[in-house]
Design a protein around this ligand. Structure first.
Ligand code: ATP
Ligand code: MG
Length: 136
């Protein structure tokens, strides 16, 4: 069965949305097969966000993502990678459709880093890479 890597980001934890987000995963019929809470290090994030390390927003992204604990989750189900991306909504919460997690709960736009509550792998290959990284 297909797996994806999901994360409740620090703003999601701080705003008390862990339960809501887990409920959406389970209501959709996806199975949570692993879960843990941790505060990511800058080193881990540099690997996780390798495609973004040279972007102008990267330093702000690291500040945001190391500001507190996150919940790291492996979820499993039919086409879970694409399905979860739909459920999260657009990266920018202002543009995310109502009904999506970012559309319903997203609020913050810091000048430098988008705070958008959740992460989801963008492909099956990314999912495998991220699962190996976060659950080594
Ligand atoms: P994620 O990878 O976290 O699931 P995503 O795939 O929708 O989100 P990416 O393009 O991979 O978005 O960007 C990773 C994260 O970096 C975003 O979720 C957001 O927090 C931040 N980010 C992306 N683009 C910008 C930007 N232009 N300005 C500020 N922050 C950004
Ligand atoms: Mg991404």
């Amino acid at each position: 069965t297909e797996q994806t890597f999901i994360m409740v980001k620090p703003d999601g934890v701080l705003r008390g949305k862990i339960g809501d987000i887990i409920m959406r995963i389970e209501n959709k019929g996806y199975r949570i097969v692993a879960m843990k809470m941790l505060t990511p290090t800058a080193e881990l994030l540099a690997q996780h966000y390798a495609e973004h390390v040279n972007k102008p927003f990267y330093p702000a992204l690291v500040d945001y993502m190391t500001s507190g604990p996150v919940v790291a989750i492996i979820a499993e189900g039919e086409q879970v990678v694409a399905g979860w991306r739909h459920m999260m909504g657009e990266t920018n919460p202002t543009l995310a459709n109502p009904g999506t997690i970012r559309g319903d709960f997203g609020r913050e736009w810091q000048a430098e880093a988008m705070m958008n509550l959740v992460h989801g792998s963008d492909s099956v290959a990314s999912a495998q890479r991220e699962i190996n990284l976060w659950f080594a």
